[in-house]
Design a protein around this ligand. Structure first.
Ligand SMILES: Cc1cc2nc3c(=O)[nH]c(=O)nc-3n(C[C@H](O)[C@H](O)[C@H](O)COP(=O)(O)OP(=O)(O)OC[C@H]3O[C@@H](n4cnc5c(N)ncnc54)[C@H](O)[C@@H]3O)c2cc1C
Length: 406
């Protein structure tokens, strides 16, 4: 009997897991069941180049259709509503049942929605999938008012794209600075300057309490009584992992589907990878849930290896990126818990610098703006736990490639 591996969710994790299964020697069937009508596609451009009209849907595909055909990887559009672990059966929305020998959970995450008076009005959008981004694009009109709720990366990237398209853009952030959850004040100040220079109105300490309009949004109201015109509202206030399917099936969940270093769940026949997982990270000595493409891909490889009976530990350094205007931010590691920040370059007037985050004089993370060399160096230092002279690190007269030589 041919064995069957089913992957639930057809995105970044699945696009890596499925071919890695073949490379790892899985000879059985591979079926990817996803609820979006596309083959796996690159999600990051949705708030960047795709939203700005610089990419088409076709150009988003992670791999061409022929690749999956050549590797005998099948796709089915559908939504799984239940997992029966005793009979190893999945149920889909239309009642169809599918049986599996091995199962991979790659359900990702979904946007956190706001529940405010007026939040159901037309013209209020989120950005998670192609349909969302197309919905925003269809409402872009040069000179009209766009209000972005949330000054995180998605909100700021959206602001950048809508500004490029000629909208008047206002960013409303509840905290006292944008990017507060993920960066040092130096980065928040930098991005506030960049957006302001581009004509974006960035307001902090602004809590949105309602949105008004007849059938379509017209105004956004804040707790301090401020009222802003809004022809279009984009909300970017974080995501929630898609765990309910797993939880209902008795799979252990704790802020994500709990996996070990081999991406295995508490069921021997079920692995999980990507945004929907929560793993213990040895490097940071705590459990974490990551929302990034590199994590989804690396966990996809590890999960595939586990299905093929090979123990391939997941221990990659987390990294991320964000594109806004002409700026490429590359982030190595996680900065939470830092006690010192050092800057190489000029974050006040230039458009290129690196912020290094230290804990007990050890580099734990770096935000590198248009600084690919510093990014590569940081990845190396953090991954290999190398020592670095702090004075030399911030001395721009020393070329990056010489920084590790003493
Ligand atoms: C606008 C935007 C910009 C981003 N920018 C960056 C960036 O610059 N860099 C970066 O590293 N990351 C970025 N990310 C995050 C990155 O896209 C995610 O980390 C990545 O997509 C996670 O991949 P995944 O496969 O785990 O899950 P997802 O991409 O979330 O995919 C999960 C898929 O499973 C489907 N699904 C869920 N439940 C079911 C079910 N029951 N049945 C069938 N299908 C189901 C979902 O609909 C979805 O298609 C961005 C995300 C967004 C939305």
């Amino acid at each position: 009997m041919t064995k069957k591996c089913i992957i639930i969710g057809a995105s970044h994790a699945a696009a890596q897991l499925a071919p890695s299964l073949r490379q790892g020697g899985w000879e059985g069937d591979i079926l990817v069941v996803g609820d979006e009508p596309y083959l796996p596609y690159h999600r990051p451009p949705l708030s960047k180049a795709f939203l700005a009209g610089e990419k088409t849907v076709d150009s988003l595909a992670i791999r061409p259709e022929a690749f999956y055909e050549n590797n005998n990887i099948q796709f089915m559009v559908g939504r799984v509503t239940a997992i029966d672990r005793d009979t190893k059966t999945l149920t889909l929305t239309d009642g169809q049942e599918l049986s599996y020998d091995k199962l991979a959970l790659c359900m990702g995450s979904r946007v956190r929605k706001v529940s405010l008076p007026g939040s159901e009005l037309q013209g209020i959008h989120y950005v998670r999938n192609i349909a969302d981004a197309e919905g925003i694009r269809s409402q872009v009109t040069e000179g009209e008012h766009a209000v972005i709720v949330g000054g995180g990366y998605i909100g700021l990237e959206t602001a950048s794209a809508l500004r490029k398209l000629g909208m008047k853009v206002l960013v409303l952030e509840m905290a006292s600075r944008i990017l507060q959850r993920v960066t040092a004040p130096e980065l928040s100040e930098f991005y506030t300057r960049i957006h302001t220079e581009k004509g974006v109105d960035v307001r902090t300490d602004m809590s949105v309490v309602s949105i008004t309009g007849d059938t379509h949004c017209e105004k956004v109201i804040c707790a301090d009584g401020s009222v802003f015109p809004a022809d279009l509202v984009v909300v970017g206030v974080g995501v929630l992992p898609n765990v309910e399917l797993a939880e209902d099936a008795g799979i252990t969940v704790n802020n994500g589907i709990v996996v070990n270093e081999f991406c295995c769940t508490n069921d021997d026949n079920i692995v999980a990878a990507g945004d929907c997982t929560n793993h213990f990270n040895k490097r940071y000595d705590r459990r974490i849930r990551l929302e990034s493409v590199p994590n989804a891909s690396e966990q996809g490889k590890t999960a595939a290896a586990s299905i093929c009976g090979v123990k391939k530990e997941y221990n990659s350094l987390p990294w991320f990126w964000s594109d806004q205007y002409d700026l490429k931010l590359q982030i190595a590691g996680l900065s939470q818990g830092y006690d010192q920040v050092l800057i190489r370059g000029d974050n006040f007037t230039s458009r290129s610098f690196a912020a290094f985050y230290f804990k007990d004089e050890k580099l734990i993370s770096a935000d590198c703006v248009n600084r690919p060399q510093e990014f590569m160096l940081s990845k190396k230092i953090i991954s290999q736990k190398l020592e670095i002279d702090l004075k030399r690190l911030v001395d721009e007269s020393i070329p990056v490639k010489e920084l590790l030589q003493c």
